[in-house]
Design a binder for this molecule. Structure first.
Ligand SMILES: [Zn+2]
Length: 271
């Protein structure tokens, strides 16, 4: 996207994030790729509801400022990590969606298959272990999750949503918070039923083949489990509270693959 159009879109999406209550005050930050290997990002300490063209900064792939007033967002490292890991990603939106963040504080995982359309298009949303905001450590702990997911929660902090462009990244953020609201409402009413394991696998496989997704996930679209974490494919009843965060929804260690395959086959009545 050319810089002028990217600037207009970034301002619109930042306003949407604020208007939809996905961040407040100086929270959050946005970025997108520009032609020539540069990146456009929001300035540190700007209000996303009042953001203007003067709050946007152009940086290089190392995060050095090339053009603009003030300093780039202090959370730029995690944006650059996303672009390094995902050549298919053109934009990153980071916000603090309140209900989804509350799930991480309550230790309730969002890496669950509950809503069919979300499993189909977004998959599951893992929670990354806590690290101090704005640090290299946070960017590094995010990397493997960003390779495999288009939306990730950071414990006690917020969401990182990726997309081919700013609108797609924003849609993933909006879907994530909407899903958290629905699951919270269901839990308030007595419990959030999960999809049957077999249906979860079918939907995710179908979605990755039909709509694409992170290249690492697409590669596993037809594998047992369809890149879903064990928590979604295990036939055993899932815990309703204190669900594991961190590795859930993230890359599966090799040792877990066999157990995952066995669980899926069991769920499908084949073992
Ligand atoms: Zn933040």
């Amino acid at each position: 996207m050319h810089e002028r159009a990217a600037r207009q879109m970034m301002i619109r999406v930042a306003h949407l994030c604020y208007d939809r209550g996905l961040l407040v005050a100086m929270d959050g930050n946005l970025s997108c790729r520009l032609p020539g290997g540069e990146f456009l990002c929001t300035r540190a300490g700007c209000h996303k509801g009042l953001i203007t063209d003067e709050d946007l900064i152009v940086v290089d792939r190392a995060g050095r400022k090339l053009r603009g007033l003030g300093e780039p967002t202090s959370e730029l490292r995690m944006h650059l990590a996303a672009y390094e890991e995902r050549p298919d990603v053109g934009a990153v939106v980071h916000a603090h969606p309140p209900v989804a963040v509350a799930f991480t504080i309550a230790d309730v995982s969002l890496a669950r298959c509950v809503l069919p359309e979300v499993v189909l298009t977004l998959g599951v949303v893992p929670t990354v272990p806590y690290r101090t905001t704005g640090t290299e450590a946070l960017a590094e702990v995010l990397r493997p999750y960003l390779r495999a997911h288009d939306a990730v929660m950071m414990d006690r902090h917020g969401a990182v949503c990726l997309g081919a462009d700013l609108l797609r990244a924003f849609c993933n953020l909006e879907t994530l918070e909407h899903t958290a609201k629905i699951i919270k409402a269901a839990r308030d009413l007595g419990g959030a039923k999960e999809l049957p394991a077999e249906e979860s696998v079918k939907l995710r496989s179908l979605g990755l083949n039909r709509y694409g997704g992170p290249p690492e996930a697409v590669l596993k679209a037809d594998a047992p489990g369809a890149d879903l974490p064990a928590a979604c494919t295990c036939a055993a009843p899932a815990p309703t509270a204190a669900a594991p965060v961190g590795p859930a929804g993230g890359p599966q260690p090799d040792a877990q693959v066999e157990a995952l395959v066995a669980a899926v086959l069991r769920a499908m009545g084949r073992a």
